[in-house]
Ligand binder design. Structure first.
Ligand SMILES: Cc1cc2nc3c(=O)[nH]c(=O)nc-3n(C[C@H](O)[C@H](O)[C@H](O)COP(=O)(O)OP(=O)(O)OC[C@H]3O[C@@H](n4cnc5c(N)ncnc54)[C@H](O)[C@@H]3O)c2cc1C
Length: 359
């Protein structure tokens, strides 16, 4: 494949461009005026090694070295705690086993997270090696690498037509420009199925789900900078420090159409109430709120590889809630498959990600 067109300028498309650019002529087309405008600009920016199913965990593990070391690394210490109240013992035991957290005492939990409400929280668990992931830096590193290897990154280039001609793909954007390529990479996030349909191909069933976030103020003199990421049992809410304030998510997962997502007031209020039960400090002031779409395949595993019916159309979709933490390994696999190289990931993981599992 000597000319490759990537559709989508979120972390999926940008990381794919960085991997492919040393080996091919790469053009990335992003419909918005800036990169990472949708899901990739709205995340919680965490690297949680045990978050996701077995295939996601394999991608997380295979991405860790890149996150730690490439270009000086993008991770910084945070820690992860889970809290639960009485009556949720089974869910708590199951969650902490899955996420790899160790039980700690309530005294230990309160020393890590001073706003813990001892009247309501009866169980806590912790793991130290959960990290903040500098999403802006990761994207900039991939952009720099892609450009250094000659990739063309075009913003304001919404793809409106995808045609398979005799020997090439012809892609048309809203401004009437056309681009030709030997292969197409579909990294369109929530729009991955519509983009496949535009190319005359069958969708794989990518479903976007909205996830909201509120940034709340803390009382004067309270500095949260050293607090961990804290998760309510059953992923019922979570929070983490953010530049002197806290971001709190209701951990909502409401199905949505592909769109510029926004937070729903009632969902935010209910989520903040769940968070409020766990803490001693009342929520007094919301500084900002937003929402993004987490787009999942039916089995909640990424979709990476050649389309079932068209060997030169590649999926790089279904990143769900893991698009940043999996990006180094996912983009490497995508690149290996596009270039016809033997994947460095194990065969079981590659098969679990293969779009052909949906046929
Ligand atoms: C609230 C929230 C918290 C999250 N927290 C984390 C976390 O802590 N850690 C983690 O790893 N992940 C997290 N995620 C998930 C992560 O943000 C996503 O998995 C990731 O950003 C998806 O990247 P993407 O490139 O696939 O999609 P996007 O960033 O949405 O990019 C897709 C792009 O394709 C473009 N596009 C679509 N159609 C066209 C077209 N026709 N022509 C041109 N361009 C087109 C869109 O404009 C868009 O920019 C979170 C997500 C949310 C919403």
């Amino acid at each position: 494949m000597s000319r490759i067109i990537i559709i989508g300028g979120g972390v999926a498309g940008i990381s794919a461009a960085a991997r492919l650019a040393p080996h091919a002529e790469v053009t990335l087309l992003e419909g918005e005026d800036s990169l990472a405008y949708h899901a990739s600009g709205r995340s919680a920016a965490m690297f949680l090694r045990n978050y996701g199913n077995a295939t996601i965990k394999a991608l997380n593990a295979a991405s860790a070295d890149h996150h730690h070391h490439a270009d000086g690394g993008v991770l910084s210490p945070r820690g992860m705690m889970m809290v639960a109240s009485a009556g949720h013992e089974d869910a708590f035991a199951s969650d902490i086993a899955d996420l790899g957290l160790d039980r700690i005492t309530i005294d230990q939990a309160a020393s890590l997270w001073p706003i813990l409400n001892r009247a309501t929280i009866t169980h806590a668990a912790y793991r130290e090696d959960a990290q903040d992931l500098d999403t802006y830096l990761l994207i900039q590193n991939f952009v720099r690498s892609a450009r250094a290897n000659g990739a063309q990154i075009v913003t304001g280039a919404r793809v409106t037509a995808i045609e398979r001609l005799a020997t090439v793909w012809r892609i048309t954007t809203a401004d009437g420009q056309t681009h030709e390529g030997d292969a197409v990479v579909n990294a369109a996030g929530a729009w991955a199925d519509p983009v496949a349909k535009m190319a005359g191909l069958r969708p794989v069933g990518i479903q976007p789900y909205r996830r909201s976030m509120a940034r709340i103020a803390l009382p004067p003199g309270v500095s949260p900078d050293d607090w961990p990421f804290v998760d309510g049992v059953g992923e019922s809410w979570y929070c983490k420090p953010d530049a002197g304030a806290l971001i709190v998510s209701p951990a909502d997962e409401d199905p949505a159409e592909p769109q510029d997502a926004w937070a729903d007031d009632m969902v935010l209020a209910e989520g903040l109430a769940r968070y409020q039960d766990a803490v001693t400090e009342p929520v007094t002031r919301m500084l900002a709120n937003w929402a993004g779409l987490r787009s999942f395949a039916p089995d909640r595993t990424l979709v990476i590889g050649a389309d079932t019916d068209e060997a030169t159309f590649f999926w790089c979709a279904g990143q769900g809630g893991y698009g940043f933490q999996t990006a180094p390994a996912a983009s490497q696999l995508l690149s290996d498959l596009v270039l016809g190289m033997t994947p460095s990931l194990d065969a079981k993981t590659v098969a679990a990600l293969d779009p052909r599992r949906f046929t």
